[in-house]
Design a protein around this ligand. Sequence first.
Ligand code: F6P
Length: 367
Amino acid sequence: RKRIGVLTSGGDSPGMNAVVRAIVRVAISRECDAYAIFEGFEGLVQGGNLIRKFGWGDVRGYLAIGGTLIGTARCNAFRTREGRLKAACNLVKNGIDALIVCGGDGSLTGADTLRSEWSGLIEELVKEGQLTQKEVTPFTHLIIVGMVGSIDNDMSSTDLTIGAVTSLHRICEAVDSISSTALSHSRAFVIEVMGRYCGWLALMAAVSTGADFVFIPERPPSTDDWESEMCEVLGRYRKLGKRKTIVIVAEGAIDKHLNPIKANYIKELLINRMGLDTRVTCLGHIQRGGSPCAYDRNLATSQGVEAVEAVLESTPDTPSPMIGIRENKITRQPLMKAVQLTQQVAIAISEKDFRRAMELRDPEFAD
Ligand code: F6P
């Protein structure tokens, strides 16, 4: 019987529990054993009670719960070879030779490193006498399958990451609430949203709520005097009779010289140049918590099914796949290629090549 481990890593995202549920139940129905690894890579390094066999009933009720019930942690030990040696030892001791990791690009890179070092790690563990040759013989290679859980929707080669749509809903609800109080007082609000260096949440929230202005990292204002440009646009809307002004700022927003654009700076501009009674709301972690929306539950479930299938079809020569979604179809892409493209986005932005940043995130953007 194949033994499949599942772990969640990096920042939690709504839908991660649905991922665990799908993997456990599909694994069982395909006559495999499923193991939950608690606290992300920390669980792999520490082993013991942090690696537990899960049955069908262990994931009952998981679909609707936000965050990740099996925990996540930033694990510095796993970044070291010594930590990965412990992880490999714990996997072999538990008979696990396939790992499905749900996280962002950093977590998926860590998992693929374990796979690429696998034979060397096993050899070393035998040499050190921590494992016997007999114990390691069935573990010729480690299968890694990546699933992308992140509210940021910042992974290349997939249209959506698990949790992004829920987070967008949360932001829209918050902006709607703010809008009603803004309207009552004829105020301006500058709303900061998450997303790291990705502007997807900010842009989609701005479109969905009819915000007046939005700042995102991938498309900085083209002029040096963007402040006057923004005030001119917002002033025009006011003259048309608008009683509220909503500006959405991605936390990674920058100007064309890569200087950060901060919510408080915009607030001062709206007060001093436009005389608007202005408040700042930083939505914070409310965007990441809470029950996943139906879309994320479905996405996590369909992708979980695909992840188990990918494990079962994997050969020693197959590069680790990443489960994605493109044009409404669940896909498998080479994991490390997607990670590399994602990491190059940040480089392209830092080199002010904003068009390239968009192309890297979506290779079909150029078409
Ligand atoms: O990657 C998810 C995310 O929520 C980002 O949007 C945000 O920048 C970051 O994590 C916040 O991290 P932390 O929870 O460690 O403060």
